[in-house]
Design a protein around this ligand. Structure first.
Ligand code: ZN
Length: 134
């Protein structure tokens, strides 16, 4: 059994941005069969699995903005004015644990892995990939 750790670094360009990281992850997978934990080390971002269809990704932004509008006075805004970004991150997830088969992510036909920037633009966003398998 092998355990390996890789770090994926990303720079983001917009306040809200959805970045498909599936191929970047596949390039770093160096075992045939196992599991990979994909973990974002930031509290205003998310890691999710879903379909890479432009209309749907726009719908996600629309839905999050309607659930958590940036027009209220949230408590955390007294500290650094990004409560809405944290709250969206609470509703999503900071990590995914996914199967590896034949040296790549074993995703369904319509699935991709996304990093979601919720408080950009930022430089040096770090995603930790922990791979366990053989
Ligand atoms: Zn904050």
């Amino acid at each position: 059994m092998t355990v390996r750790t890789h770090f994926l670094k990303l720079n983001t360009n917009k306040n809200f941005e959805i970045i498909d990281i599936t191929s970047k992850i596949n390039e770093l997978i160096d075992i045939e069969t196992g599991l990979i934990s994909i973990f974002s080390k930031h509290s205003t971002s998310a890691i999710v699995v879903n379909e890479n269809e432009a209309g749907l990704l726009g719908d996600l932004e629309f839905t999050l903005d309607n659930l958590i509008p940036n027009k209220f006075s949230y408590n955390h805004d007294r500290i650094d004015n990004n409560a809405h970004s944290h709250l969206k991150s609470f509703l999503l997830s900071s990590s995914e644990c996914l199967p590896i088969k034949n040296n790549k992510l074993d995703l369904g036909t319509w699935q991709s892995v996304f990093f979601i920037e919720l408080d950009g633009p930022r430089s040096n966003r770090t995603i930790t990939l922990t791979i366990i398998g053989e």
